[in-house]
Design a protein. Structure first.
Length: 202
Protein backbone atom coordinates (compact mmCIF):
# COMPACT_ATOMS: atom_id res chain seq x y z
CA UNK A 1 0.00 0.00 0.00
CA UNK A 2 2.80 2.43 0.89
CA UNK A 3 4.48 1.90 -2.49
CA UNK A 4 1.27 2.89 -4.26
CA UNK A 5 0.97 6.02 -2.14
CA UNK A 6 4.57 7.16 -2.64
CA UNK A 7 3.92 9.14 -5.86
CA UNK A 8 1.10 11.04 -4.15
CA UNK A 9 3.14 11.61 -1.00
CA UNK A 10 6.03 12.94 -3.11
CA UNK A 11 3.67 15.29 -4.94
CA UNK A 12 2.37 16.60 -1.60
CA UNK A 13 5.90 17.08 -0.30
CA UNK A 14 5.80 14.42 2.43
CA UNK A 15 8.55 12.34 0.81
CA UNK A 16 11.68 13.90 -0.61
CA UNK A 17 13.75 12.09 -3.19
CA UNK A 18 17.52 11.95 -2.64
CA UNK A 19 19.54 14.41 -4.67
CA UNK A 20 21.36 13.17 -7.76
CA UNK A 21 24.91 14.35 -7.17
CA UNK A 22 27.06 12.03 -9.28
CA UNK A 23 27.01 10.06 -12.49
CA UNK A 24 26.33 6.67 -10.86
CA UNK A 25 23.22 8.03 -9.17
CA UNK A 26 22.03 9.52 -12.45
CA UNK A 27 22.54 6.25 -14.34
CA UNK A 28 20.61 4.38 -11.63
CA UNK A 29 17.77 6.92 -11.82
CA UNK A 30 17.56 6.62 -15.62
CA UNK A 31 17.61 2.82 -15.54
CA UNK A 32 15.00 2.47 -12.81
CA UNK A 33 12.60 5.10 -14.15
CA UNK A 34 12.84 3.88 -17.74
CA UNK A 35 12.11 0.35 -16.54
CA UNK A 36 9.15 1.50 -14.45
CA UNK A 37 7.55 3.69 -17.12
CA UNK A 38 7.99 1.16 -19.92
CA UNK A 39 6.76 -1.88 -18.00
CA UNK A 40 3.81 -0.22 -16.29
CA UNK A 41 2.65 1.35 -19.55
CA UNK A 42 2.98 -1.87 -21.52
CA UNK A 43 1.42 -4.22 -18.99
CA UNK A 44 -1.41 -1.86 -18.09
CA UNK A 45 -2.37 -1.43 -21.73
CA UNK A 46 -2.18 -5.15 -22.52
CA UNK A 47 -4.22 -6.00 -19.43
CA UNK A 48 -6.87 -3.41 -20.29
CA UNK A 49 -7.16 -4.61 -23.88
CA UNK A 50 -7.19 -8.31 -22.98
CA UNK A 51 -9.87 -7.93 -20.33
CA UNK A 52 -10.97 -11.23 -18.86
CA UNK A 53 -8.66 -13.11 -21.26
CA UNK A 54 -5.60 -11.60 -19.59
CA UNK A 55 -4.79 -14.64 -17.36
CA UNK A 56 -5.04 -17.00 -20.34
CA UNK A 57 -2.58 -14.94 -22.34
CA UNK A 58 0.08 -15.58 -19.74
CA UNK A 59 -0.08 -19.30 -20.41
CA UNK A 60 0.53 -18.71 -24.12
CA UNK A 61 4.24 -18.98 -24.83
CA UNK A 62 4.03 -17.14 -28.16
CA UNK A 63 2.34 -14.20 -26.46
CA UNK A 64 4.90 -14.16 -23.65
CA UNK A 65 7.70 -14.12 -26.20
CA UNK A 66 6.08 -11.17 -27.97
CA UNK A 67 5.64 -9.41 -24.64
CA UNK A 68 9.30 -9.84 -23.72
CA UNK A 69 10.39 -8.53 -27.11
CA UNK A 70 8.08 -5.53 -26.74
CA UNK A 71 9.36 -4.86 -23.24
CA UNK A 72 12.97 -4.48 -24.35
CA UNK A 73 12.14 -2.27 -27.32
CA UNK A 74 10.03 0.05 -25.17
CA UNK A 75 12.55 0.05 -22.33
CA UNK A 76 15.39 0.84 -24.74
CA UNK A 77 13.48 3.74 -26.27
CA UNK A 78 12.63 5.00 -22.78
CA UNK A 79 16.30 4.90 -21.75
CA UNK A 80 17.29 6.92 -24.80
CA UNK A 81 14.52 9.45 -24.16
CA UNK A 82 15.52 9.96 -20.55
CA UNK A 83 19.24 10.16 -21.31
CA UNK A 84 18.57 12.96 -23.80
CA UNK A 85 16.40 14.74 -21.25
CA UNK A 86 19.12 14.44 -18.59
CA UNK A 87 21.81 15.75 -20.94
CA UNK A 88 19.52 18.66 -21.79
CA UNK A 89 19.41 19.64 -18.11
CA UNK A 90 23.20 20.01 -18.08
CA UNK A 91 23.00 22.04 -21.27
CA UNK A 92 20.30 24.29 -19.82
CA UNK A 93 22.40 24.85 -16.68
CA UNK A 94 25.31 25.99 -18.86
CA UNK A 95 27.45 23.01 -17.90
CA UNK A 96 27.60 21.47 -21.39
CA UNK A 97 27.70 22.95 -24.87
CA UNK A 98 25.69 21.23 -27.64
CA UNK A 99 28.51 18.90 -28.71
CA UNK A 100 29.28 17.91 -25.12
CA UNK A 101 25.56 17.37 -24.49
CA UNK A 102 25.47 14.98 -27.43
CA UNK A 103 28.50 13.09 -26.12
CA UNK A 104 27.03 12.91 -22.62
CA UNK A 105 23.70 11.58 -23.85
CA UNK A 106 25.40 8.90 -25.96
CA UNK A 107 27.70 7.89 -23.10
CA UNK A 108 24.78 7.57 -20.67
CA UNK A 109 22.79 5.50 -23.17
CA UNK A 110 25.71 3.10 -23.53
CA UNK A 111 26.20 2.86 -19.76
CA UNK A 112 22.55 2.01 -19.10
CA UNK A 113 22.26 -0.47 -21.97
CA UNK A 114 25.34 -2.39 -20.85
CA UNK A 115 23.77 -2.96 -17.41
CA UNK A 116 21.21 -5.34 -18.92
CA UNK A 117 22.31 -8.82 -19.91
CA UNK A 118 19.11 -9.61 -21.78
CA UNK A 119 18.55 -12.48 -24.23
CA UNK A 120 15.01 -11.80 -25.45
CA UNK A 121 16.14 -9.88 -28.53
CA UNK A 122 19.39 -10.25 -30.45
CA UNK A 123 22.43 -8.29 -29.38
CA UNK A 124 22.41 -6.58 -32.77
CA UNK A 125 18.81 -5.50 -32.42
CA UNK A 126 19.38 -4.29 -28.86
CA UNK A 127 22.41 -2.28 -30.00
CA UNK A 128 20.37 -0.75 -32.83
CA UNK A 129 17.98 0.77 -30.28
CA UNK A 130 20.92 2.49 -28.61
CA UNK A 131 22.15 3.63 -32.03
CA UNK A 132 18.80 5.31 -32.65
CA UNK A 133 19.32 7.23 -29.42
CA UNK A 134 22.80 8.25 -30.60
CA UNK A 135 21.36 9.52 -33.87
CA UNK A 136 18.75 11.59 -32.07
CA UNK A 137 21.42 13.08 -29.82
CA UNK A 138 23.44 14.10 -32.87
CA UNK A 139 20.63 16.35 -34.10
CA UNK A 140 18.97 17.28 -30.80
CA UNK A 141 17.51 20.69 -30.06
CA UNK A 142 18.60 20.74 -26.44
CA UNK A 143 16.47 23.73 -25.42
CA UNK A 144 13.29 22.05 -26.65
CA UNK A 145 14.20 18.77 -24.97
CA UNK A 146 15.02 20.41 -21.63
CA UNK A 147 11.69 22.17 -21.15
CA UNK A 148 9.04 20.02 -22.76
CA UNK A 149 7.91 16.51 -23.69
CA UNK A 150 9.90 16.56 -26.96
CA UNK A 151 12.46 14.08 -25.63
CA UNK A 152 9.88 11.40 -24.94
CA UNK A 153 8.37 10.80 -28.36
CA UNK A 154 10.36 7.67 -29.14
CA UNK A 155 9.12 5.70 -26.14
CA UNK A 156 5.57 6.66 -27.09
CA UNK A 157 6.21 5.42 -30.63
CA UNK A 158 7.72 2.19 -29.27
CA UNK A 159 4.65 1.34 -27.17
CA UNK A 160 2.42 1.95 -30.16
CA UNK A 161 4.62 -0.15 -32.45
CA UNK A 162 5.60 -3.06 -30.21
CA UNK A 163 2.69 -3.73 -27.83
CA UNK A 164 1.50 -7.26 -28.76
CA UNK A 165 -2.02 -6.14 -29.66
CA UNK A 166 -3.65 -6.33 -33.10
CA UNK A 167 -2.76 -3.32 -35.25
CA UNK A 168 -6.39 -2.38 -35.82
CA UNK A 169 -7.05 -2.24 -32.08
CA UNK A 170 -3.88 -0.22 -31.48
CA UNK A 171 -4.99 2.26 -34.13
CA UNK A 172 -8.24 2.73 -32.26
CA UNK A 173 -6.31 3.18 -29.02
CA UNK A 174 -3.48 5.40 -30.28
CA UNK A 175 -4.44 8.53 -28.36
CA UNK A 176 -4.96 6.52 -25.16
CA UNK A 177 -1.63 4.73 -25.55
CA UNK A 178 0.34 7.91 -26.14
CA UNK A 179 -1.40 9.83 -23.35
CA UNK A 180 -0.75 6.97 -20.95
CA UNK A 181 3.03 7.00 -21.32
CA UNK A 182 3.25 10.80 -21.56
CA UNK A 183 1.41 11.13 -18.25
CA UNK A 184 3.83 8.72 -16.58
CA UNK A 185 6.78 10.71 -17.86
CA UNK A 186 5.51 13.92 -16.25
CA UNK A 187 6.41 12.79 -12.73
CA UNK A 188 9.79 11.44 -13.87
CA UNK A 189 10.65 14.71 -15.59
CA UNK A 190 9.65 16.64 -12.47
CA UNK A 191 11.66 14.37 -10.17
CA UNK A 192 14.79 14.64 -12.29
CA UNK A 193 14.58 18.41 -12.51
CA UNK A 194 14.06 18.71 -8.75
CA UNK A 195 16.79 16.30 -7.66
CA UNK A 196 19.54 16.70 -10.24
CA UNK A 197 22.51 18.79 -9.19
CA UNK A 198 24.08 19.41 -12.63
CA UNK A 199 27.55 20.38 -11.51
CA UNK A 200 29.34 17.02 -11.49
CA UNK A 201 31.41 15.61 -14.37
CA UNK A 202 29.05 13.83 -16.75
Amino acid sequence: MLERLKPLLRTLGFIRLPRIENRDQLIEFIDSRASYVSQVTLYTYVKARAGTQYPKLFSNEDFLTSLRIARWHIYGAAVCDLCLFAAAQFNKAGRLDPDSSRDAACSMIDDVFIRNDQTDITAERYASIADQGHQRAAFANWADIADGPTAFQNSSDAVFEWAPIADQLKSEDEEIIRNSIHLRWIGVRRDLKHTLVPDFPI
